[in-house]
Design a protein around this ligand. Structure first.
Ligand code: PA5
Length: 490
């Protein structure tokens, strides 16, 4: 079986010169950090206490028991056979993995064509913004009796998801009859949060109402596709075992201490060197496959929330090896590469101009697909395109983009995917998760929290009067209002 390959030729000085490319010495200088990072990550991976407490349980998700997969498949098939539409509500890590899977693994134009989706239900994603237009049009057009709703929120508290859920529940209640709760499924924390409380109350009244799946402990939103995304995969008919097999094979490859054989380590290492030593803070993720656009969006969240941090990490280890991570408040570091999603070939007619001639502060990651699920051969005669296949053309466009970047000494790399299938997609996600975790080790930041996101949440909650916000935070918000001088609004 072919493997995913990571081609990093164009990140090296041999191709883009020593001002912009990585040299052998740069790698040798990192030897100590590499072995420290590897040893730490492996030790964490092997200790379930640390995995759960610190948020690294994602490392073992592909090894979930087959009975869990069978149960979820059964649930997915049951929903698919009874309903015409399924609405998934969730945001951030409770949405982006599902959307990435939908676009990569379901047929293109899935909702439009019944045959292409094997008669399975149409799928809609909501609760991932607060724009009233999309949800209201959706609810105006769907039949509540034929619609199933899956609400996903680890905390059970997130405003966007909660607001959408309250609205959708009201709509179901009105249109689907008194047993409407049987058309609701919740994926949330097993113990805490208002969604979990609601599930418990509803279950006590009717065990078929508000059925739920508990999220595993120690899995943060952006690392949770192989946990909270599974029911969605089952609804659209994706073979979860194949996704897991791809992830497991990648996990084995990415556990090697030898970075020359470990694509995730190499990816993290070269990007860290280019970021720190060659002034390349921008990370462009550019798949040449329409189905992988949302996977690029998923990666944007993974990189931005995991590594964009104000403080480094301070590690305390107890005598029996249990770790506690705190913020190292001694200095502000503000680290983290900035991810930007891009797509081939569409964006070659847009952002690519800046990638090639704008500031040389970016590293482009291409995702190249070797074989697509279908092929179109161009039939016209007497044209340079005659008899060419679309696959040949898209691959040529990707190669041409690499060439153009190299000519301008712009570092870039290519992840080569034999095809977009459940197996390779599972492997690809695991690869990025491992690479991000290792990059977190090299930067010495906590790659599993997102304290920066709390700022806006606290502001909103405080203005909405949510109980329980610490007094100090409310005071800070009230004492520092936004300054809106009308002279500066024209
Ligand atoms: O990665 C994360 O943890 C976040 O992006 C969350 O997924 C996001 O904030 C949604 O949170 P929740 O699932 O609690 O609604």
């Amino acid at each position: 079986m072919k493997e995913i390959k990571f081609d990093f030729n164009n990140m090296l000085s041999i191709n883009v010169g020593n001002v912009h490319g990585v040299e052998k010495d740069d790698l040798l200088e990192m030897a100590k950090d590499i072995s420290l990072g590897h040893n730490h990550l492996r030790a964490l991976a092997q200790d379930s206490r640390n995995r759960i407490n610190l948020g690294l349980e994602w490392m073992v998700l592909p090894y979930q028991e087959s009975r869990v997969v069978s149960l979820i498949k059964k649930l997915g098939d049951e929903i698919a056979s009874k309903y015409h539409n399924v609405i998934f509500l969730g945001i951030g890590g409770s949405y982006l993995g599902l959307k990435a899977a939908q676009d990569a693994l379901a047929s293109p134009y899935y909702n439009e064509f019944t045959k292409s989706r094997d008669n399975r239900p149409r799928v809609y994603f909501e609760g991932n913004n607060l724009d009233p237009d999309t949800l209201s049009v959706l609810l105006k057009n769907l039949n509540p009796k034929k619609t199933f709703v899956v609400v996903i929120s680890k905390s059970g508290e997130t405003t966007e998801t909660k607001a959408a859920f309250i609205s959708v529940e009201g709509w179901l209640k009105k249109g689907a009859g008194k047993n409407y709760g049987r058309q609701i499924f919740a994926i949330t924390d097993p113990d805490s949060g208002s969604l979990r409380k609601r599930v418990t109350r509803e279950n006590a009244k009717d065990s078929l109402s508000f059925r739920s799946l508990p999220l595993l402990k120690g899995v943060g939103g952006r690392y949770s596709e192989f946990n909270m995304g599974l029911l969605h995969l089952a609804v659209i008919g994706v073979d979860i075992n194949k996704v897991f097999k791809g992830a497991k094979d990648m996990e084995k490859k990415c556990s090697s201490a030898d970075y020359a054989k470990n694509p995730a380590y190499m990816y993290a290492l070269l990007h860290t060197i280019l970021y720190k030593k060659k002034s390349k803070p921008l990370a462009i993720m550019m798949p040449f496959a329409e189905g992988l656009k949302s996977t690029a969006d998923w990666y944007v969240q993974l990189l931005a929330e995991s590594l964009g941090k104000k403080f480094r990490r301070k590690i305390n280890v107890s005598r029996d090896g249990v770790e506690e991570w705190a913020k190292d408040n001694s200095s502000i570091v503000n680290v983290g590469r900035t991810p930007i999603p891009c797509r081939g070939t569409g964006d070659l007619h847009s952002v690519q101009q800046n990638n090639i001639e704008g500031q040389n502060d970016k590293v482009v990651t291409f995702i190249r697909v070797e074989k697509f699920n279908s092929e179109i051969r161009i039939s016209a005669k007497g044209d340079i395109l005659s008899q060419k296949g679309f696959t040949e053309l898209i691959k040529l466009a990707q190669e041409a983009t690499e060439w153009a970047l190299v000519r301008e000494l712009r570092p870039n790399c290519t992840i080569i995917l034999p095809e977009v299938s459940a197996y390779y997609w599972g492997a690809l996600l695991f690869f990025f998760q491992m690479a991000t975790a290792f990059e977190g080790e090299l930067l010495n930041v906590n790659a599993y929290d997102q304290p920066g996101v709390e700022g806006y949440k606290n502001y909103m909650y405080s203005k909405l009067g949510k109980p329980g916000i610490p007094k100090g935070i409310v005071e800070e918000i009230n004492n520092n209002p936004l300054k809106k001088d009308q002279n500066y609004i024209i």
